[in-house]
Design a protein around this ligand. Structure first.
Ligand code: SLL
Length: 212
């Protein structure tokens, strides 16, 4: 593997970060503080839930200072932190790439969401529904090292077994919907090509008849 950089080349790796939260029920475990209202997980992962450890070495989640050891360093996938608490706050997510990448670390900010929001908030609150707040983003590598390029193109991230509680609603489903839209568009294009071909052959026939 090589640290040489590939000139005039850019490669992207899509990912998702955010949190899922669940209201705690009354029959919570006794070691959970009584003023805590929710359990939540903040995470970063691939768009289809896959592991990003082929490019990420470490992720540091910086929680609110009301948490003990508020800086949580996660060195192995899944890159996530699960906690319980009572309030929403901003979490910084600092990503360190594998050494082969020779890339600087990057930081993202996520506002931890515990409470339902939007038009169905009241109903969701009454149902004790889970709350999900996600962000799609991409790592963009300009002039990547040959090693990073090889990692990104040859070894796709392993798919982690999706845990029900933190399943991501993007993914195969939205990808399939996009494929449906593409194939509908393709049908329209093919239809119009067919019509044009018929028109041309009618014109051709007319032309032949005139010159006969
Ligand atoms: C708020 N500005 O007032 C925010 C701060 C902090 C949330 C929210 C701590 C839990 C614990 C916890 O939930 N902190 O360790 O006891 O809403």
């Amino acid at each position: 593997m090589s640290g040489k950089r590939l000139k005039n080349l850019q490669i992207c790796r899509p990912f998702i970060y955010g949190n899922i939260a669940l209201p705690l029920s009354d029959n919570r475990s006794p070691d959970i503080s009584p003023d805590h209202t929710h359990s939540w997980t903040v995470f970063i992962r691939g768009v289809n839930g896959e592991d990003l450890s082929n490019i990420i070495k470490r992720v540091v989640f910086k929680l609110h200072e009301t948490y003990p050891n508020s800086s949580r360093s996660i060195e192995e996938p899944p890159f996530e932190v699960t906690e319980t608490g009572w309030g929403e706050f901003e979490i910084s997510i600092r990503v360190y790439f594998v050494p082969e990448a020779s890339e600087k670390n990057v930081v993202m900010y996520h506002h931890l969401k515990l409470h339902p929001y939007g038009p169905e908030a009241e109903q969701q609150k009454a149902e004790g529904a889970s709350v999900t707040s996600l962000q799609y983003d991409e790592f963009v590598f300009n002039e990547p090292t040959e090693s990073l390029f090889e990692i990104l193109t040859k070894t796709p991230g392993a798919v982690l077994p999706a845990k029900k509680s933190t399943r991501v609603p993007f993914s195969i489903q939205s990808e399939n919907e996009e494929l449906d839209r593409l194939s509908a568009a393709l049908n329209i294009v093919q239809d119009s090509i067919k019509k044009q071909v018929e028109k041309i052959s009618v014109l051709q026939r007319e032309k032949n008849e005139l010159s006969a």
